[in-house]
Design a protein around this ligand. Structure first.
Ligand SMILES: C[S@@+](CC[C@H](N)C(=O)[O-])C[C@H]1O[C@@H](n2cnc3c(N)ncnc32)[C@H](O)[C@@H]1O
Ligand code: SF4
Length: 444
């Protein structure tokens, strides 16, 4: 494929497809829908849980997560009290005590909770759910907050995987994004976690940041690879200052353009490959014996709201403001505003405000999009033998002509060069794709 063709496509904006339909296409839903779907979970069903902690001690300029600054301890205490109410209400709506195989704490910075608060949440969860002894218990951590006392607490509540937000190691980049975090801080956090037996370590990196160049990115990748994380995710910086006021502190004139972003993403991929990491999907790298790499090789890789996962549960229950839950029937999302979330759950109600009820055809489209995002290929004869896709195949024609994708006997497969553009291929199967795609970040 010609470089100019590839870069023209790379500049197009399409969703990240952590679900289909994407959260942007959800409409109004009520707590009654969530209650009905909770009641339908059977006793033998395995579920995953997500706990959102929307607070950080300070807000990084680049952050696109649902996170607010919290200095006072009573803010955190009030939030934990609200979480406990929500867990209680969800528990009361269940007709079974399902088995949890994945528990994920995300944020914000969940490590803002005290030992007592962590234990209170875990105890409340165990009243409503049974924890599988082999449960993956993962948490997102800001390396600057990792202390000997914190890792003891995490080990004590059973955490067995930690994702550290590294972003970039370069000092100039760190200054421009409001996140000063020397490499030594990352090394120390990694060592502390491993010392208490939390040995599954993920790092998050970002490309497309101010002052990043291919050279600085290569240097960051080399340094972090020396710590041998099991997994690395490297996301393209999503700059949406009209939605995230903190991002107005990022000088947009310093951001790399679509061409440069493309080369940076390739540099990351080349670098981790050279250190023995296996590429997983569009933006993850894993050591070959890590479960994500194994899932990618065996075709069981999945995608949910946390990104690529080896979790194949159909049901995911999310707690906290903005959290999304996924059921066989569809998706529901909690209200994002923390104050309104607290009001709802403290009155004994669920905090559902948005969602989507899946039709059978949506489930098929979701399977197609997941297969493309995870395996870079889909066999329509197998996934959707009774559906007709002439419109979608017509949309793919320019991508076929430009060597992004091949279509043969109902099998759609990205070419090696076309893999970074797989979101465009997936978008052809997205009935909700908007004309105005400006709200989405760049395609690569
Ligand atoms: C909840 S944060 C991680 C935990 C912790 N709060 C931290 O910052 O270390 C999740 C990850 O999302 C990614 N992220 C945040 N804002 C982003 C943005 N605007 N574009 C791309 N990735 C972003 C970062 O890599 C970050 O580590
Ligand atoms: S990147 Fe992490 S620490 Fe920084 S504001 Fe976002 S959630 Fe908080």
């Amino acid at each position: 494929m010609r470089d100019d063709v590839l870069r023209r496509y790379a500049a197009l904006a399409v969703p990240r497809y952590t679900s289909f339909p994407t959260a942007a296409d959800f409409t109004t839903q009520t707590p009654d829908t969530m209650r009905r779907w909770l009641r339908q979970i059977g006793p033998a069903e395995h579920v995953s849980l997500y706990i959102h902690v929307p607070y950080c001690r300070e807000i990084c300029h680049y952050c696109g997560c649902h996170a607010k600054m919290a200095i006072r301890e009573d803010v955190i205490a009030n939030y934990v009290a609200a979480l406990l109410s929500e867990i209680d209400t969800v528990g009361a709506a269940l007709s079974a005590r399902p088995k949890v195989v994945h528990l994920h704490w995300g944020g914000g910075t969940p490590s803002i909770l005290s030992e007592k608060q962590f234990k209170a949440v875990v105890t409340a969860l165990q009243l409503a759910f049974e924890f599988d002894p082999a449960m993956e218990h993962a948490i997102e951590l800001d390396p600057r907050t990792v202390t000997p006392q914190l890792v003891q607490t995490l080990a004590h509540i059973g955490v067995n995987r930690a994702s550290l937000g590294v972003q970039d190691i370069d000092e100039k980049v760190q200054k421009a994004i409001g996140r000063i975090q020397p490499f030594e801080t990352v090394r120390r956090a990694t060592d502390l976690l491993r010392e208490v037996g939390i040995s599954r370590i993920n790092f998050d990196l970002i490309y497309g940041l101010p002052y990043q160049t291919v050279e600085t990115i290569r240097s960051t990748c080399e340094k972090v690879a020396s710590l041998k994380p099991d997994r690395v995710a490297c996301y393209g910086y999503a700059h949406l200052p009209q939605r995230r006021s903190n991002q107005r502190l990022v000088d947009a004139s310093l951001l790399p353009d679509a061409d440069e972003r493309f080369v940076q993403a390739q540099t990351v991929a080349d670098c981790f490959r050279s250190y023995g990491y296996q590429p997983v999907g569009i933006d993850h790298y894993a050591l070959p014996d890590d479960s994500l790499a194994i899932a990618a090789r065996s075709g069981t890789l999945n995608r949910n709201f946390q990104g690529y996962t080896d979790d194949t549960c159909e049901t995911l229950i999310g707690f906290g403001p903005s959290s999304i839950s996924q059921f066989h029937g569809g998706y529901v999302q909690n209200i994002a505003d923390v104050g309104q979330y607290r009001k709802r759950v403290e009155s004994g109600d669920l905090a559902t405000v948005r969602g989507y009820t899946l039709r059978d055809s949506d489930r098929i489209r979701a399977r197609i999009i997941t297969a493309l995002m995870c395996n870079f290929a889909v066999d329509l004869n197998e996934v959707a033998p009774d559906m007709e896709f002439s419109d979608e195949l017509a949309l793919l024609r320019p991508l076929v002509a430009d060597g992004v994708v091949e279509v043969k006997n109902g099998i759609i497969r990205a070419t090696e060069d076309g893999k970074p553009l797989i979101r465009l291929v997936a978008a052809a199967f997205d009935e909700f794709r908007k004309e105005n795609v400006q709200a989405f970040s760049c395609a690569v």
